[in-house]
Design a binder for this molecule. Structure first.
Ligand code: ZN
Ligand code: ZN
Length: 795
């Protein structure tokens, strides 16, 4: 139990005229200032003797007071303070420090004011104590320091300089630094740290050089701050030089400096050097372990992290100091839910506040990334005091797990709870709206972003570029990219992927070159977009070129998705021998996505042999998926092999495989309307059918022939035609035509790939009604305009 708060000193009479015989006091058991008292030893003695203060000697008083304050017994200190007739600057300063240490900064200030009122002149320790109080206004106290003649005192000036820098007032700090007649190592350390914190790494380096020229010895703090400069600049050479200097100038190794070295090597990605130093360190503390574990966690070395984590537990470090958050984030990024759960169980066993920041947020994040949304939800909803970061973690979790509507609902709840979204929140919510292709919502978020001052954030800007592209608004996407005041590699990736989605491979490649020109390094995601763009345009040579560039120049290990793109490109270009070669070369097991793309290529080029192989693979991998049956029977039908086609359909029927029902949706005036194939439920269905009828008449005049191979199940030809007429995207387009102004672009989303017939029909409709029609199907974007599609009939 903490002691009851003593009366604020400002309520004390100016000169204590109370008879101190009224006050009781307990002599502390050990009246030494050098030995801290344990709280138990300093607990109020059972019998408090009601005698006068035994000493009028200020020196003794201060020693006793200091003993109380070190043992944390503020109440006893306060009683004694009030009872003592004589107080000097040291007495007041002890009381100030005691209150500051107990986290009672405003009481500490009151003591300072009381001291000035009492006419006691502060000493240099007093001034530096006040300057270090939290919430202290350094510019207000600076004149006091001058008034009491401390403006040339190195100790006080160092504190002033340090306080200015800590409060972010670097210019004022620099002025103090320049005006100081005498400087020591501490002065330089404070200035270097201040500059480094403000990102002025070069100035910090110059100060270090000046300090060496002045012949001042470098302390542990000097080494530590110059190493953090080297780490911030990722300047390996400087850091290594400092390391050599450390070895030369200190005979004994110091754990504080070594930790800074560990941190430097870690930030410069020199895991080997970091490990060597760590192994050689004669003494390690929890910081050493935390730095090394965080670094291994970042590099996803799960085994090493766990080994070090267990070693730390065995060595008996304080439990609170264990790097739970790093380890949780490792578990999330692997993802490895078993590790995550073990850590969670430990947190519960140890009674550590797993529902508080930052551990609670790390748990939500870990469970979301491991796909265990229920666990993430219970961590979130049971969390006391949810911060904006917790909300964001949960919203992001929903988005990562494809639950976009829930993410948006939670975002609304967050706003209602009065919490301000940050850039990460925004980029997650924008991602959700782009996945739902809710352009109306996306635009609202864009304007909200502008209002709340997050517009210039490179993260939300990149998310917007991506959102507009995915909602079928390439122009707005490009415009957003152009207007971004600052771009990073994510922004470039977004714009390259936008072009790739629209099948504009040449532009995607141009943007890729632009990215390199601006000095950004492409990553796996960049190359995935470039390769996807090549595949959508059948650019086999370019695809080969960029795949090699990625592997050999940038040393990026291709993912399965990269191989998938390359195989798709070669297949679409008809280079089936290259496809076979890639399948052998690929260090992954082939999956349904790869075989489906091969099957699509076989359809384009009429390669029946490979098609049969691919279809067989797919039948065994995904026996309930109708796609391979449909494609294979189409290939046979196209070649006039009607019996084979019928045979495939029969197998499909016998196995009870049904085609996934297709549906399309369209957003009009911020409302989503969805249509299934042959849907009769829309109240405007008659008008929709009339509109389609009108269009079909126009198309007939232009020589339209329905492609009945797209209607699989129905035997009766007339029924076949009827079903083909009312595929979901056709209904959605007719509905949009009726309900929007002439000339307005139409954007349709579809869950499956668009069939050959719909593709042909939409091309013609775009010309007849003179509108831009964008269809986002499960594979890509089709931008129909003037009777042609951006995909070049290649999908
Ligand atoms: Zn269709
Ligand atoms: Zn198309």
């Amino acid at each position: 139990m903490p002691p009851p708060p003593p009366p604020s000193p400002s309520s004390l009479p100016r000169h204590s005229t109370l008879s101190w015989s009224r006050w009781t006091w307990t002599p502390p058991p050990i009246a030494s200032t050098s030995t801290p008292l344990s709280p138990a030893a300093a607990a109020p003695a059972p019998a408090r003797c009601s005698t006068k203060c035994p000493t009028e000697n200020v020196f003794s008083l201060n020693r006793i007071l200091s003993g109380y304050s070190k043992s944390g017994d503020l109440s006893a200190a306060h009683d004694l303070f009030l009872a003592s007739p004589h107080r000097n600057a040291v007495t007041w300063t002890i009381m100030m420090s005691a209150h500051a240490a107990a986290g009672r900064g405003s009481d500490a200030f009151s003591f300072f004011r009381g001291m000035l009122r009492d006419g006691v002149t502060p000493d240099r320790v007093t001034v530096s104590t006040v300057l270090n109080l939290p919430g202290c206004s350094v510019p207000c106290l600076h004149p006091f320091a001058i008034k009491f003649g401390f403006d040339t005192n190195v100790f006080v000036c160092n504190t002033l300089l340090d306080a200015y820098c800590k409060h972010g007032l670097l210019a004022a700090g620099r002025r103090v630094f320049l005006e100081m007649p005498n400087k020591d190592s501490v002065t330089y350390n404070a200035m270097m740290t201040g500059c480094s914190k403000e990102g002025l790494q070069t100035e910090a380096l110059e100060l270090f050089a000046a300090m060496r020229r002045a012949g001042l010895p470098a302390s542990h703090f000097t080494f530590s701050s110059i190493l953090s400069v080297a780490a911030a600049m990722a300047h390996l050479h400087i850091g290594c030089q400092v390391h050599a200097l450390v070895v030369r100038s200190t005979s004994e190794s110091n754990v504080f400096v070594n930790n800074s070295l560990l941190d430097f090597y870690s930030k410069c990605d020199r895991l080997g050097d970091m490990r060597r130093l760590f192994d050689e360190m004669p003494e390690r503390d929890n910081v050493s372990y935390n730095v090394v574990i965080a670094s291994y966690a970042w590099n996803q070395c799960a085994g090493t992290v766990l080994r070090l984590f267990r070693e730390m537990q065995k060595l008996g470090f304080v439990r609170q100091a264990l790097p739970y958050a790093s380890t949780l984030s490792l578990a999330g990024s692997l993802p490895h839910v078993q590790i995550g759960k073990q850590i969670h169980a430990q947190l519960i066993l140890l009674g550590l506040a797993s529902d508080e920041d930052p551990l609670g947020n790390a748990l939500i994040d870990m469970y979301s990334k491991c796909g265990m949304l229920d666990h993430a939800k219970s961590s979130f909803f049971n969390k006391s005091g949810k911060s904006a970061i917790s909300w964001t973690a949960m919203i992001t979790g929903y988005v990562q797990n494809g639950q976009h509507e829930k993410a948006l609902r939670l975002f609304c709840d967050m706003r209602r709870a009065g919490l301000s979204p940050d850039r990460v929140t925004f980029s997650s919510v924008i991602k959700a709206s782009s996945s739902l292709a809710m352009i109306g919502l996306g635009r609202q978020l864009h304007s909200y972003l502008i209002r709340s001052g997050h517009r210039s954030s490179v993260f939300s800007g990149s998310a917007l570029v991506d959102m507009y592209a995915k909602c079928g608004c390439l122009d707005e996407s490009l415009q957003t990219f152009d207007e971004m005041p600052e771009r990073n590699s994510i922004s470039w990736n977004a714009v390259i992927s936008a072009y790739a989605h629209y099948g504009q491979a040449k532009n995607a490649i141009k943007m890729f070159e632009g990215m390199l020109y601006c000095g950004f390094n492409p990553d796996s995601v960049t190359f995935l977009s470039v390769l996807a763009a090549c595949s959508r345009n059948g650019l086999a040579d370019e695809c080969r070129k960029y795949f090699d560039l990625m592997k050999h120049h940038y040393n990026i290990c291709p993912w399965k998705e990269h191989y998938s793109c390359v195989i798709d490109t070669f297949g679409r270009a008809g280079c089936f021998s290259d496809v076979q070669k890639m399948l052998v070369e690929m260090p992954f097991k082939s999956d349904p996505i790869i075989w489906t793309s091969i099957l699509h290529s076989c359809r384009i080029h009429g390669n029946q042999d490979l098609a049969r192989v691919a279809a067989d693979k797919l039948f065994s991998m995904e026996p309930t998926d109708a796609t391979p049956y449909v494609i294979l029977s189409n290939i046979y039908a196209k070649a006039g092999l009607w019996e084979d086609a019928a045979h495939v359909k029969k197998i499909m029927r016998d196995k009870g495989v049904r085609k996934e029902s297709g549906y399309s949706w369209v957003e009009i005036k911020q409302k989503i309307y969805s249509f299934s194939s042959n849907d009769q439920t829309n109240p405007m269905i008659d008008e929709i059918k009339d509109e389609l009828e009108r269009l079909y008449k126009e198309m007939d005049k232009q020589g339209y022939k329905p492609n009945t191979s797209c209607a699989l199940h129905l035997v009766d030809d007339e029924l076949k035609l009827e079903s083909l007429k009312y595929h979901s995207e056709k209904l959605a387009i007719a509905f949009a035509l009726i309900n929007t102004q002439p000339g307005t672009p139409i954007r349709i989303m579809k869950n499956l790939t668009t069939c050959l017939d719909c593709h042909a029909v939409i091309k013609m409709i775009s010309k007849i009604v003179n509108r831009d029609i964008v269809v986002r199907d499960s594979r890509r974007f089709h931008h129909f305009k003037d009777g042609v599609c951006s995909c070049g009939d290649y999908w």
